[in-house]
Design a protein around this ligand. Structure first.
Ligand code: ATP
Ligand code: MG
Length: 331
């Protein structure tokens, strides 16, 4: 049977977090052999939140090395930089014509991120970037897009636009499905468990576990995580968001069910529970960090990115060609 295509991306906008690992990377790594797999470093998306050029370069290398450290295998997965495959920009621009202003205004990521840009004025890139993400996905005939819950709306937009285009111009794009894992799809900030853990928003770093944090810092962050006064390890996202978040972290790493965790901690306090979360997260991060140092070599990373782009580009070119033919841009 022919393998289907799986694709996901990451913005090189800061150091990767435990949220990125549990919500996106882990799910991808677990499935990478079952699909024709692509991971792109979304550098064009990263410039919607401008950074110093040197910092962006570092973030790109850092992201690739971290993905490899987390188990992405470049012999099985095409790992490449979005800006190296020029078809992304062209199809992204084409897809803006299929999109309504109202559709983009409704994107919750735009609403959230534009609030952070009020001082200098919101850039239009931040407004239209979902149409580039539509192109990112459609270029590779993607069937499955494993992402965290925050990105679900963008994949749904991709489906809407693919369907609209196919209806107007004839069958051109493969319809992608989003894959959101049942556990760990939205890891929350440990200090503010009403907000998602983000890599680029540094306003609450005490509640963000970065994959490269030193282990003592990680333990401190977990032990100081905001909980509640109910003193009962119980999964209830509405009334006990802090404890539920820590349970999601534990369950996603160990595969233990919420019910089993609740049973083990019946009648016990939060201190003991947090200590177990510390242990499990520390072991995970120690392994990732050791592997990171092995891969953190610019020559190696450059060759992986060049090879990934070379293998990915022909499919992108074919799809763009189909879209241009359908539109009448080409005969
Ligand atoms: P940024 O602040 O730059 O938007 P981010 O942490 O949201 O950073 P992205 O690069 O936007 O990370 O997303 C990479 C992947 O990680 C996406 O699939 C996204 O859904 C997932 N992801 C991001 N944050 C979380 C989280 N807190 N819990 C689960 N998944 C997450
Ligand atoms: Mg994000």
């Amino acid at each position: 049977m022919n393998k289907k295509v799986m694709l996901t991306g990451v913005r090189p906008s800061g150091n990767l977090t435990l949220g990125n690992y549990l919500g996106a990377i882990k799910n991808f790594v677990d499935k990478q052999e079952d699909y024709i797999s692509y991971i792109f470093i979304a550098d064009l998306h990263a410039i919607t939140s401008p950074k110093k050029p040197q910092a962006l370069q570092e973030a790109i290398y850092n992201c690739v090395a971290m993905y490899l450290a987390c188990g992405v295998d470049p012999t099985k997965t095409m790992v490449f930089k979005q800006s190296d495959v020029l078809e992304h920009g062209t199809l992204g621009f084409i897809m803006t014509f299929q999109t309504k202003m109202g559709e983009l205004s409704r994107m919750t990521q735009f609403k959230y991120k534009s609030m952070q840009q009020t001082k200098e004025g919101v850039n239009t890139g931040l407004f239209v970037y979902p149409t580039l993400m539509v192109a990112d996905i459609l270029l590779y005939n993607t069937s499955i897009v494993p992402v965290g819950k925050d990105q679900q709306q963008h994949v749904e937009l991709t489906r809407d636009l693919a369907e609209r285009f196919n209806k107007r111009y004839g069958n051109t794009f493969v319809m992608p499905d989003v894959y959101i894992a049942p556990v760990g799809n939205k890891i929350l900030n440990l200090q503010n468990p009403l907000e998602k853990m983000n890599k680029s928003d540094n306003s609450n770093n005490k509640g963000t576990i970065f994959l490269m944090d030193d282990i003592e810092t990680v333990k401190k962050k977990i032990m100081q995580a905001k909980t509640d006064t109910l003193s009962c390890v119980h999964f209830d996202e509405e009334n006990q968001p802090g404890i539920s978040n820590l349970m999601s972290i534990l369950s996603k790493i160990t595969n233990e069910s919420f019910e089993s965790i609740e049973n083990r901690y019946k009648g016990k306090g939060y201190g003991e529970f947090k200590k177990e979360v510390c242990e499990v997260v520390s072991t995970l991060l120690t392994n990732i960090q050791q592997r990171f140092h092995k891969f953190n070599n610019k020559t190696l990373l450059d060759s992986i990115l060049a090879d990934g782009a070379k293998r990915a580009q022909p499919t992108a070119q074919e799809t763009l060609q189909r879209a241009k033919l359908a539109l009448g841009l080409q005969s």
